[in-house]
Design a protein. Sequence first.
Length: 81
Amino acid sequence: MTALVQAGRSSIVVDLKNIAYISSAGFRVLLIANRATAEKQGKLALCGVIGEVRRLFEIGSFTDEFLICPTQAEGIGKLKQ
């Protein structure tokens, strides 16, 4: 994801609907990408954060750190605002 930001993409939507579990390394990658997009005056939106992954986001208080949207379309719409 940082390669995308370095290539000029400052707005990224990551769809996690097919992810059943996320480790601390996964959270780290998302946090780094979130920071990188913010530095480029862009945004990172996450969608499809459900089930166990949602619970892990809530336990780690990451729901406040990220723009989380229910669907990919809504994430794209939020990034266009």
